[in-house]
Design a protein around this ligand. Structure first.
Ligand code: PRT
Ligand code: ZN
Length: 309
C-alpha cells in the first residue's frame, strides 16, 4: 500500500471513531478507476446500494444500507483486507493470486473482468509444449504466479520482472517469451506474439479475509451475497413463454435443458399447453427458430427485473 493511501485510509478509519473490529458498517474496497470500476459499481447498485460520494472521490457513504465503499487502486485491495480497513473487496483473481491466493476467501466470482494470464511467444516460433520454456527468459508482472506455475510444470526458466508494457520485452531483446493478461488477444497480435498456454483464468471476484465478519457486519455480508447472487442469476436469466401441442412437449423440454423446471399449463379448449421457462443460456434467434421447428409457437423472451431465491 502506498504511503499516501495508508494515510488516507487511516484517516477514514479514524473518522468512524471506532476500531475496525468494532465497526458496524460494512466497508468494501473497489477499484477507483480502471476496467473493474464501472462494473463493480453497477453490480453493487443493482444489488440495491446507493451512496453519497466524498469530494476527493475516495470514500462513498452508503445510504440505503450501512455499506460504504473505498475507491482505491486494485493492487491495494488485498492489503486493505489484510489490515481490516475493508471487509470485502472487488478485485481480479490475478491480483489476489500474485499476492498469495490462499490468504483471502473468494466469496463469489462476479462474471466481469474476464481475462487469462497466458504465456506468449513470438508469432514465428513453433509451439510444441511447455517444456520448451526451459532456460528461456520470460517477462512478466506476475512473478509469483508464474514461478508457482513453472515449478508445478517442473520447468526451470528465468523470470524477468517488469511493471508494465511486458508485451514489448521480446521485441527489445529483454525476454524470449512473456506471461501477461490477455482478453481479446489484440495487444499480443499487435506485438507479433501469440498466446500458447494459460497459467491462470481470471475474472473479478468478491474477496474477503480468511476470518469472516460477525455480528451486524456478518449479517450485512449475508444480505449482500444473497442480493449479488440474485443479480448474477438475473443477468444470465431470461423468461421464455410459448405455447405448444401436447405431442411437441417432450422434444421442447429436451431443447430447454438450461431451464429451471419449466411450468406447463393446460390451455382451455384444446390439447395445447402454455410453457413458461426460466432459461440461463442463450435465447437468440437461432434457438427460438429451433424451438419453433420443434412445435413451439407464440414465443416470447422477457428480461428479468429482479430475483431473490
Ligand atoms: O490503477 P489500477 O492499479 O487500479 O489499475 P490497473 O491499471 O492495474 O488495472 P486495469 O484497470 O487495467 O485492470 C484491472 C483488472 O482488470 C485486472 O487486474 C484484471 O483482473 C482485469 N482485466 C481484464 C484486465 C484485462 N482484462 C486486460 N486485458 N487487465 C489488464 N488487461 C491488459 C493486459 O495487461 C494487456 O496489456 O490489457 C492488455 C491486453 O488486452 P487485450 O484485449 O489486447 O488482450
Ligand atoms: Zn493495478
Amino acid at each position: 500500500m502506498s504511503d499516501a493511501l495508508r494515510r488516507r485510509t487511516e484517516a477514514i478509519a479514524m473518522s468512524t471513531l471506532v476500531a475496525p473490529a468494532a465497526r458496524d458498517r460494512l466497508r468494501i474496497a473497489i477499484q477507483k478507476s480502471g476496467r473493474l470500476s464501472d462494473p463493480s459499481r453497477a453490480l453493487l447498485m443493482a444489488a440495491g446500494l446507493s451512496w453519497r460520494e466524498s469530494r476527493d472521490r475516495l470514500f462513498c457513504f452508503g445510504e440505503t444500507l450501512p455499506i460504504d465503499l473505498l475507491l482505491v487502486r486494485d493492487d491495494d485491495i488485498p492489503g486493505l483486507l489484510d489490515s481490516g480497513v475493508c471487509d470485502l473487496g472487488v478485485v481480479g483473481r490475478n491480483v489476489l493470486a500474485e499476492k498469495g491466493l490462499t490468504r483471502w476467501r473468494e466469496l463469489r466470482a462476479l462474471g466481469f473482468g474476464g481475462c487469462r494470464l497466458a504465456v506468449a511467444i513470438p508469432e514465428g516460433d513453433v509451439w510444441r509444449d511447455a517444456t520448451q520454456l526451459r532456460g528461456m527468459r520470460i517477462a512478466t508482472s506476475y512473478p509469483a504466479v508464474l514461478r508457482t506455475w513453472l515449478r508445478d510444470q517442473d520447468i526451470d526458466a528465468d523470470i524477468v520482472v517488469l511493471s508494465g508494457s511486458v508485451e514489448i520485452a521480446p521485441g527489445l531483446g529483454q525476454a524470449d517469451a512473456i506471461c501477461d493478461l490477455v482478453s481479446t488477444g489484440a495487444t499480443l497480435a499487435a506485438n507479433q506474439l501469440k498466446p500458447v498456454v494459460t497459467v491462470l483464468q481470471s475474472e473479478a471476484v468478491l474477496a474477503a479475509p480468511r476470518t469472516a465478519c460477525t455480528g451486524a457486519r456478518g449479517e450485512l455480508v449475508t444480505t449482500l451475497l444473497q442480493r449479488i447472487d440474485g443479480v448474477i442469476r438475473q443477468r444470465e436469466s431470461r423468461l421464455l413463454l410459448c405455447r405448444a401441442k401436447a405431442a411437441a412437449l417432450p422434444e421442447l423440454l429436451r431443447l430447454l435443458v438450461d431451464a429451471e423446471s419449466p411450468s406447463l399449463m393446460r390451455l382451455d379448449g384444446d390439447d395445447g399447453f402454455a410453457v413458461q421457462a426460466l432459461c440461463r443460456g442463450d435465447l437468440g434467434w437461432q434457438r427460438l427458430e429451433e424451438l419453433k421447428r420443434a412445435g413451439a409457437h407464440g414465443l416470447m423472451v422477457l428480461p428479468i427485473e429482479r430475483m431473490l431465491a
